[in-house]
Design a protein around this ligand. Sequence first.
Ligand code: UDX
Length: 467
Amino acid sequence: PPAVAAAAAASAPAHVLLICFPGQGHVNPMLRLAKRVAAKGLLVTFSSVASVGARLVAAAGVSAGGDGVPVGRGRVRFEFLEDGDPGPDLDDLMRHLETAGPPAFAALLRRQAEEGRPVACVVVNPFLPWASDVAAGEGIPTAVLWVQSCAVFSLYYHHVHGLVEFPPEDDPAARFRLPGLPEMSAADVPSFLLPSNPFKLLADAIITQFRTIGRASWVLVNSFAELEADVVAALPGVTPRPPELIPVGPLIELQQGEEDDAVRGDLIKAADNCVEWLDAQPPRSVVYASVGSVVVLSPGEVAEMAHGLASTGRPFLWVVRLDTQPHLPAGFLDSVSGRGAVVPWSPQDRVLAHPSTACFLTHCGWNSTLETVAAGVPVVAFPQWGDQCTDARFLVEELGMGVRLRAAPAGLRREAVRDAVEAAVAGPRAGEMLASARRWSAAARAAVAPGGSSDAHVQAFVDEVAR
Ligand code: UDX
């Protein structure tokens, strides 16, 4: 009878639906937020495009539809949009999402209500500027999850509102200042905002999103209050005033055992021998190297990196995409056998948490940055583009957690790789960098522990949604 159905709906947990841009660097923080929210008692549906769904099913073993899996006091389930495959080109993908995304997403939201789980809040992430309009059209409030740093948020915000002029890219000595941030040069600015940026449609999507971000009911951010206190404190003084940033990170795997492990966001299946291999290495001996899911090193860079890592004489675990492995020098794998391991994808959270890992040669994607901060592992920072440039500046100069690896004008050189690794692991400042990394690790863990600053922000969000 209708009265019974209404009573059941009233006692059902509130339903939060997340819609995620198709990229590993977005899926991981969105899914980790899904788990934090579910753990506090809500029903959470993670959605993205069909191609992400197919990869999550194949690599992470998730299944779409149904009641999902228990996480803490709630559940996480998956549903994917119907969409065609636009191919690997980023501009094609952006155009495709612009037209196919809105109707498919509206249909998904309506189906939730028809099936008895009306959506109380939609969480969108950047690069899908249409998703919040669709939710508003259905009368559903939205939260944004900003998946990069508060510093990067501030740089975008000032740029979009015409509040800053970045120095010319060809003048490395020129500096500018923004409230709550250190003096910066053009090299520290997310490269999407600079005239040389080749990814125009992606930059447009970010900028469009910034114009409307103030309409969101919450702007959650994958950072923690203690890490970016100055920039967060300065934002309310900026005119026009930005939305309040609510730090809920670091959104890392909390490694709370099987229940947490039941929902993972790997789009590529991780090699399953990495942890065993690390177990066999001495404590704090291994150089872990990875440039994330989207950076592609040139054949020359792969060769120099290979010789550089081999010449450190240290054990190393190196993530090299399958399509890049043919660029490894002939006989390389045999020549480093036993001491060096090359895998197409690693369980990075477990690698960084492993006691054998000594340093992380990273492209400084924001997830990798927060993961190494949380694990307390010093870095060799090798940023390529986008927010990686800003993140590297913070890791090395502001957090004091490592050194830069810079390519010479003629390209990356093996000696530079060797010297940067040595400086981070055994150089005169290595002890200082490890101590800083450990201090930041303790602060990160405290922020997400029960009652910590980010945990309290997640709880407040859950309480408001469930009200
Ligand atoms: C991209 C941008 O570079 C990043 O700055 C932005 O904030 C999000 O989109 P990506 O380049 O893939 O992301 O880097 P990163 O943000 O570091 O995310 C990669 C994720 O993949 C991390 O969570 C990392 O743990 C995971 N990973 C990477 C693995 O699990 N295994 C690997 O072998 C490599």
